[in-house]
Design a protein around this ligand. Structure first.
Ligand SMILES: N[C@@H](CCC(=O)N[C@@H](CS)C(=O)NCC(=O)O)C(=O)O
Length: 206
């Protein structure tokens, strides 16, 4: 049976496709979208995998999991020999710290900014919402920028799943003015330049 990744690269499944690429593991990509057809994330068949009717989700030999960042943590830990998951308890805790920080403090405002600066049809964009999102991000981005002053990656010198989780959430922020956070800008580009990130981004653009 093996690993199945449900979603499309234009969704948050991008994060898991990137991780699977970094790990070099085999998987089946089950295209699951937002249509009304059988491949919809709202279909009864898919809701048996993720009752939230949202992608991504995985089925790993019968083990079902949803929430994109949790899926990345699971895959990285399962394949810890590939080096994306830290070895020490403290570094592992730091990976959790950054994942929760990403989910609770970064993803919301980044999503709002993306919608109103990049994704919505121009007539539906609200510049005030985009500006509010930038304001909400200022303080956490300063924390991240300070951290990255002395570390090339979130967990010291090692590229880990913590970087994938945060950089994938921030992946469209390359279009944001990051001049107040120069270390974030460099780190984000360093992460997104990785071949596995580029391969997942290519699928997203297709
Ligand atoms: N927190 C969840 C969010 C999942 C989510 O909202 N996914 C979106 C796509 S990126 C979705 O499937 N939305 C359902 C829909 O638009 O019908 C995660 O990170 O996996």
């Amino acid at each position: 049976m093996g690993l199945k990744i449900y979603g499309i690269a234009r969704s948050r499944a991008f994060r898991n496709l990137w991780t699977a690429g970094e790990l070099g593991i085999k998987y089946e990509h089950v295209l699951t979208d937002f249509s009304d057809g059988p491949s919809s994330c709202r279909s009864p068949a898919f809701k048996a995998i993720n009752p939230n009717a949202a992608v991504p989700a995985i089925d790993d030999d019968g083990f079902k999991l949803w929430e994109s960042l949790a899926i990345n943590l699971y895959l990285a830990k399962k394949h810890a020999d590939k080096g994306l998951y830290p070895k020490s308890l403290q570094d592992e805790a730091k990976v959790w710290q950054w994942a929760l920080w990403t989910a609770t403090g970064i993803e919301g405002p980044i999503g709002l900014w993306q919608s109103h600066a990049l994704m919505l049809p121009p007539e539906k964009r609200d510049p005030k919402q985009a500006a509010d999102a930038i304001q909400k991000l200022a303080s956490p981005l300063k924390v991240l920028d300070d951290h990255l002053k002395s570390h090339p990656y979130l967990i010291g010198n090692q590229f880990t799943v913590a970087d994938i989780n945060l950089a994938s959430v921030m992946s469209r922020a390359t279009a944001m003015d990051l001049s107040a956070a120069p270390n974030v800008k460099v780190w984000l580009q360093r992460c997104l330049d990785r071949p596995a990130a580029q391969a997942a981004a290519k699928q997203r653009a297709a």
